[in-house]
Design a protein around this ligand. Structure first.
Ligand code: T3D
Length: 258
C-alpha cells in the first residue's frame, strides 16, 4: 500500500496522504512519494487542478516523530533539503492550481504544507497547530514565510511560539484559510471548488500565483513591471482569446489551458 494515493477523474487529481494510523505523519518515503505525485500531476496534461487531502481523521500530524534516530543527532539539513523543501517548491511551481482540503488536524509540517497550497479549505472539525515549539523545533516548510503574510506578524508569532491549537473557524476568521465547511458538505464543496479551478484558464492562474508570490519581496515599481510582463503572456494564450470570444457571444468559455 502506498503512502500517497493518487486518483485522477474529470481533469482533477486527488492526492491523498495515506498513513491514517499515524494521522498521516510524514516519513521520508511519504515525502518522496508526494514529490513524485506532484511532478506527475504537473506533467499530466489531463490534470487541470489538484486536491491535496488526507485519509482518515487527520490531514497530517507533521514529521513522524518515531523516525528520528535514538542514538545520534538528526540531520535536519539533509531531511529538509530532500524531503520537505522540494514539496514546498513544487507546490509553488506546479503548473496546476492546488486546493488543499484539510479534512482533520493539521500539525507542524502538515499545517505549513497546507498553507503553501493555492487555496486552503477545511472541514469544521479540523484544527491547526504550529506544533514545533512543543518539541524544541522552529516552524519549517515555509511556515515562517506564509503565516505572517496571511495573518500578520503578531498572530503568527503567538501561534508559533505558544503552539496553540486553533479551530478551522478561527483559522478562517484570521485569514489563514479561505473557508471552512460542515462535515456533511465538505467533500461536495471540495469537489465543487476544484471543478471551478479545473475549468479556468490555467496559465493565467499560475501566473497569478507567481505574481502574488513575487509581490512578497518586490516594491510597487517592480511589481507593476512584472504584472505588465505576465499580462502580455496571459494575453497571448488561446484561453484569453476564448474568454473574450465567449463573453461577446454570451456563452460559457471552454478553456484548454493553452
Ligand atoms: O525531520 C525534519 O526535517 C524536521 C521537521 C519537522 C517538521 C514537524 O512537523 S515537527 C512537528 C511534528 N509533529 C508534532 O509534534 C505533532 C505530534 N502529534 C500530536 O501532537 C498529536 O498527535 C495531534 C495533536 C496531531 C493529534 O492528537 P490526537 O489526540 O488527536 O491523536 P494522538 O492520540 O496523539 O495520535 C494518534 C496516533 O498517531 C498515536 O499513535 P498510537 O498511540 O495510536 O499508536 C500517535 O502516536 C500517532 N501520531 C500522531 N502524530 C504523530 C504520530 N506518530 C508519529 N509522529 C507524529 N507526528
Amino acid at each position: 500500500m502506498s503512502d500517497i494515493l493518487l486518483e485522477i477523474k474529470d481533469n482533477i487529481a486527488r492526492i491523498s496522504l495515506n498513513r491514517p494510523e499515524k494521522l498521516n505523519a510524514f516519513n521520508r518515503q511519504m515525502a518522496l512519494e508526494l514529490q513524485d505525485q506532484l511532478l506527475a500531476c504537473d506533467e499530466n496534461e489531463t490534470v487541470h487542478a489538484v486536491i491535496l487531502t488526507g485519509e482518515g481523521r487527520a490531514f497530517c500530524s507533521g514529521q513522524d516523530l518515531t523516525e528520528f534516530p535514538a542514538d545520534q543527532l538528526p540531520d535536519f539539513e539533509k531531511a529538509i533539503d530532500e524531503n520537505y523543501n522540494p514539496v514546498i517548491r513544487l507546490l509553488k511551481t506546479i503548473r496546476k492550481p492546488v486546493l488543499c482540503a484539510v479534512n482533520g488536524i493539521a500539525a507542524g509540517a502538515g499545517a505549513n504544507i497546507a498553507l503553501a497550497c493555492d487555496i486552503v479549505i477545511a472541514v469544521n472539525s479540523a484544527s491547526f497547530v504550529q506544533a514545533f515549539s512543543k518539541i524544541g523545533l522552529i516552524p519549517d516548510c515555509g511556515g515562517t514565510f506564509f503565516l505572517p503574510r496571511l495573518i500578520g506578524l503578531q498572530k503568527a508569532t503567538a501561534l508559533m511560539m505558544l503552539g496553540d491549537k486553533i479551530s478551522a473557524a478561527q483559522a478562517e476568521g484570521m485569514g489563514m484559510i479561505y473557508a471552512c465547511f460542515e462535515e456533511e458538505v465538505f467533500i461536495e464543496k471540495t469537489r465543487e471548488i476544484a471543478t471551478v479551478l479545473s475549468k479556468l484558464p490555467t496559465i493565467a492562474l499560475i501566473l497569478t500565483r507567481k505574481a502574488l508570490l513575487e509581490s512578497s519581496t518586490n516594491g510597487l515599481e517592480k511589481q507593476l513591471e512584472l504584472e505588465k510582463k505576465f499580462q502580455q503572456k496571459a494575453g497571448h494564450t488561446e484561453d484569453f482569446r476564448e474568454g473574450v470570444t465567449a463573453f461577446l457571444q454570451k456563452r460559457t468559455p471552454r478553456f484548454t489551458g493553452r
